[in-house]
Design a protein around this ligand. Sequence first.
Ligand code: NI
Length: 245
Amino acid sequence: MRLDQITWQEAEAYLKRSRGIILPTGSTEQHGPMGLIGTDALCAQTVAEGAGEIADACVAPTLAYTPAPFNMAFPGTISISEPLFEALICEILEAVISHGFDRIYFLNGHGANLAPLQRAADKFEPAKTRIRNWWDFPAVDALRRQYYDDWEGMHATPSEIAITQATHRTVSPGIAAAPPEKLSPEYIRQHAGDRHGPPDQHRRRFPDGRVGSHSALATPEHGSALLEAAATAVAGDYADLLGGR
Ligand code: NI
């Protein structure tokens, strides 16, 4: 259930039967010619809601304003600084812990969130928090490899776009119909966690916004399968976090 769609009395009743909460984190940034600006947030949110249904978990409002400085040369991107994001996470953790939540599961959809999320979580008892990307699980990764192999790439990935096609809308590929420049394994290693350069340089290097990802391979059918696999895997991992009390 979504926290923003229940009353305080329902939240109080929930806390009598569970101390867990899922908090989705995404971004507001360009995702190539056919990817929605909210792709990361929409993916994290829909996977979290699916997991919440399976695991009877409360799902907090999605954090969509996060650090994405490297995409600021593309219209529509809204980036906040890492220190601000980290401070926001700390205050949210303090707030939910004050109400009695003691197992907080961050479901992430944006690589650049990982380091500040981890720094914030490290200020609290380790057993209270867990941070996962929706694509971290073997069942999800197997589908990504099966559908896209190396064309999954790094940004505006066909898997994330497939999920938003299943849940929101499909944009015709336009200039993204052709494959992007293929990235070397070395480039992918060096830029993991969205460690990209300054905005102008990033846009010059990747003019249409895709970073090694062949977005046009996405289909809504893939998206439904990825969503189901991710929601099931997250529900299991969340149950594991609750069991670890
Ligand atoms: Ni993304």
